[in-house]
Unconditional design. Structure first.
Length: 259
């Protein structure tokens, strides 16, 4: 299923997204036609549309298109809303943009997701605070980490301070509190919601050299919820720790919003 402004998208319209590769998106896990943190996802889309297109996105229009595209679908699945202008040309990106709303869906995995082992790689995404479609660098590092025998990658700066995963946020537990890296990142909706419901949390620098003193590490995003990380490079973490179960319980108890 793929609808652009409420009607089936044409191959030419999709080709424009593939070749121009300029736009932004958000992904959301929907269950029983409700989405946890839906208002935050709408806020992200509106904010990023201002930054990338100097355009004021209509929240209600997004809501209507998501509702239409998912009508009659049962169970849990992931909805992605991509904002782009199929008429914007590669040679003239400064033209006045008229961004459109692409809604697609895909199956959702079963929680809790299997743990992952990740490799640290030096990289800072372009416009890290925006969830844009420019994923080449992140996917290239993910591919190279997998070729090295890991499941995914986590990014660092030149001084080995950790920021974020390829498509997820990372958090740590030091035995007393959850620590989120204080770095240039895309603040995910799952991360934001956990910060609202879990008391013992802080932002702070986390260096690769700090990893041996951490008791647990985890990844978060809307598709995986709270996912255990069992290794970063050669530093290992447990796949089951009380803090992981606590965070999962707190997150799943957050009321989902009706679309």
């Amino acid at each position: 299923m793929a609808e652009l402004n409420g009607v089936p998208v044409t191959p030419d319209e999709l080709k424009a997204l593939a070749l121009m590769n300029y736009g932004h998106f958000t992904s959301m896990r929907m269950e029983d036609h409700r989405i946890r943190g839906f208002s935050h996802h709408l806020e992200r889309l509106v904010r990023d549309c201002r930054v990338l297109f100097s355009h004021e996105l209509d929240r209600q229009q997004v809501r209507d298109y998501v509702r239409q595209a998912t009508a009659g679908r049962e169970g849990a699945f992931v909805v992605r809303v991509t904002i782009y202008d199929p008429d914007l040309e590669l040679g003239h990106p400064g033209a006045q943009a008229e961004p459109k709303i692409l809604v697609t869906t895909r199956p959702a995995g079963t929680w809790p997701m299997t743990p992952i082992r990740v490799q640290s790689r030096p990289y800072v995404r372009e416009l890290p605070e925006q969830k844009h479609v420019g994923l080449f660098g992140a996917i290239r590092h993910r591919r190279n980490a997998q070729l090295d025998g890991f499941d995914d990658c986590v990014f660092t700066d030149a001084d080995m301070f950790i920021s974020e995963g390829a498509t997820w946020n990372i958090g740590f537990f030091d035995g007393h509190q959850v620590i989120w890296p204080n770095a240039e990142i895309l603040q995910g909706v799952t991360m934001r919601l956990l910060q609202q419901v879990h008391d013992a949390m802080s932002l702070g620098p986390v260096n690769v050299s700090d990893l041996p003193r951490m008791e647990a590490a985890f990844a978060t995003n809307t598709a995986v919820g709270v996912r255990a990380i069992t290794a970063i490079n050669d530093v290992e973490f447990p796949d089951a720790h009380p803090i992981l179960e606590t965070l999962r319980k707190e997150y799943e108890e957050i009321p989902a919003e009706a679309v």
